[in-house]
Design a protein around this ligand. Structure first.
Ligand code: GTP
Ligand code: MG
Length: 557
């Protein structure tokens, strides 16, 4: 990326490229009316309205509306220390994959120099709002990747053109828009087929990429941990593989070979194809290596998780759409100092923090990678192990940005991904965040949507206690409260109890500590012999480990 981050470079922009969305409450109509770029806007309207008698809808943006506007995103005094923000900034512009693949020169996305972009999308009848939101989000994604969004264009069509995505006529108009706005990149709000991308590129004469490439690019910029980097690189290679440039094919075709026929044999292979074959092989072996590395790292993660499970410390995962405020909430609750940014996919690595309920029960709270609609399947795959953090949790706090224009779609997207990793049955607490930004009527609407949700603001702290109470209520409560007499020779048992926050009261006698403790059924076996009057605790003698550990039971079994 060669241009400065667009979020901070406004002063350098000519008037017509200032982002009008930063005014807090501009409706689309007002935005259009007041946009200084009216000339361009009219041109777009004119061009697109002219050619399509059947009412092609056209929308033009100044900017990334999926991001919060600057006015409300400011004033972060509670976001922890932001330790890695500077570090990340300084790494931001390092792109490309690994040097080992240096001679795969045809790799498109590696040379992504998103600069001045025009967004395109296709929508079917009745889905204009959705398509607009999606395009706004694409604008936010492009901005996050470092691009400056000049224009956005939607075409109404029952389905995208299989050859050129937009209809053929529209592609010509797109070429005119690109020229007149002096754009150098077109981004399609979908995952383009390799052939569509090529056809579009031929027509508009600038680089064409798709939503998936942008998301992959952001992920590769933001990945920090070794595992995250490996996962992203794997996803990029998977995306890339079918998109190695098509010149090999055409060269072979020119050489008269029967390309395309399966097993067309040695004679049909042109030099280009050989090169691509070579690249393919190198990519395949790189992918295999990455997979092995990731599998090895996953073992470490599993072990860590297993030890958490064994310790019976319940885990709570904070999941939700990107930019919903997950990291902010984690920081608010634990002062974790996790990076918070008004950009998409600020967090790619799961941060796990230990905290406890008001009555002293410990649990872990994990921040997770954000979701987005049409999250490239390569990324869902690549991040499966990270997402499994969500799937293996005891409770999911599903954070939704209350101020987002389409919370329903956000909810659905996130639930779909949670379902994908088999987390559907985990208790879910919906937290509508950014409550400070919405009025009562919006709250009412959201409450209608999710009656059990809590409203919180990581910014002001509003509702956070409420949320914590809900978490405390949702995580599994130990079944037993027991009086234990633990001899001093068993200091390990006392520290076990302290560690798990199970101690309710403790006093020290001459030869033993007396502890009132809270224990799960599968923990009581450890304390056999230390429990005072076990027969008087309802259900205890019948509890599984207790029965299993009893000498008479063993003898009988
Ligand atoms: N006004 C307001 N802004 C908030 C609130 N919570 C978070 N934000 C802002 O929303 C933006 C995104 O917050 P993050 O905590 O980074 O969001 P995230 O869900 O972790 O995002 P990703 O890691 O990118 O998926 C930041 O600019 C925050 O300052 C809130 O309660 N009120
Ligand atoms: Mg985050």
């Amino acid at each position: 990326m060669t241009i400065p981050r667009t979020r901070t470079d406004s002063p350098a922009l000519p008037d017509d490229e200032q982002r009008s969305s930063h005014a807090a409450d501009d409706s689309p109509a007002e935005r259009e009316a007041s946009a200084p770029g009216n000339a361009a806007l009219d041109a777009v309207d004119r061009v697109l309205a002219r050619a399509d008698g059947t009412r092609a809808a056209t929308t033009v943006f100044g900017s990334a509306q999926a991001l919060q506007n600057e006015a409300t995103a400011d004033g972060n005094d509670i976001d922890g220390e932001q330790l890695d923000r500077e570090e990340r900034r300084s790494l931001q512009r390092v792109d490309g994959l690994s040097t080992e693949l240096d001679d795969v020169t045809e790799v498109e996305y590696r040379q992504l120099r998103l600069e001045k972009v025009v967004l395109i999308g296709v929508f079917a009848a009745g889905t204009l709002d959705d398509a607009e939101n999606s395009l706004h989000e694409l604008a936010a994604l492009a901005e996050t990747a470092g691009a400056r969004v000049l224009d956005g264009v939607l075409q109404r069509r029952p389905y995208p053109d299989p050859a050129t995505y937009l209809g053929r006529g529209k592609v010509q108009e797109l070429a005119e828009i690109v020229t007149s706005r002096n754009a150098d990149t077109v981004i399609a709000d979908t995952e383009l087929a390799p052939s569509q991308r090529r056809a579009l590129e031929d027509a508009v004469k600038v680089k064409v990429i798709d939503r998936t490439a942008v998301i992959l690019d952001i992920f590769s910029q933001h990945a920090k941990s070794r595992e995250g980097k490996a996962q992203v690189e794997l996803a990029q290679l998977e995306y890339l593989l079918p998109r190695l440039r098509g010149w090999g094919e055409s060269m072979s075709r020119q050489a008269g070979g029967q390309v395309g026929g399966a097993g067309s044999g040695m004679g049909s292979r042109g030099p280009g194809e050989t090169k691509i074959e070579l690249d393919r092989r190198r990519i395949h072996s790189r992918m295999a290596k990455l997979r092995r590395e990731i599998a090895a790292m996953k073992t470490g993660r599993d072990t860590k998780r297993a030890s958490r499970e064994r310790n019976a410390v319940p885990s709570v995962a904070i999941a939700g759409y990107t930019n919903a405020g997950k990291s902010s909430l984690l920081n608010r609750v634990t002062r974790a100092g996790v990076l918070v940014e008004n950009q998409l996919f600020a967090t790619l690595d799961a941060t796990v923090r230990r905290t406890e309920t008001d009555d002293g029960r410990p649990y872990t709270l994990a921040d997770t990678v954000g979701f987005v609609r049409n999250l490239p399947h390569q990324l869902v795959e690549a991040f499966r192990s990270t997402l499994e953090e969500v799937a293996s949790s005891d409770v999911i706090v599903h954070v939704v940005d209350a101020s987002h224009p389409d919370p329903v779609a956000q909810l659905a997207t996130v639930r779909e991904v949670i379902g994908d990793v088999d987390g559907r049955d985990i208790p879910e607490i919906i937290a509508f965040n950014k409550a400070d930004l919405v009025d009562e009527s919006k709250k009412l609407e959201l409450r209608g949507l999710e009656p059990d949700a809590v409203f919180v603001s990581a910014r002001t702290g509003e509702g956070v206690d409420d949320l914590l109470e809900r978490i405390a209520y949702s995580i599994p409560m130990p079944e037993f409260e027991l009086d234990l007499v633990i001899p001093y020779s068993r200091g390990d048992l006392v520290s076990y109890l302290h560690d798990r926050g199970a101690v309710l009261a403790i006093s020290h006698g001459e030869e033993a500590s007396r502890v009132r403790a809270r224990l799960h059924a599968d923990q009581v076996g450890l304390f056999e012999g230390c429990i005072e009057h076990p027969e008087s605790v309802p259900g205890l003698m019948a509890s599984e480990p207790f029965v299993r550990n009893r000498p008479d039971a063993r003898a009988a079994g």
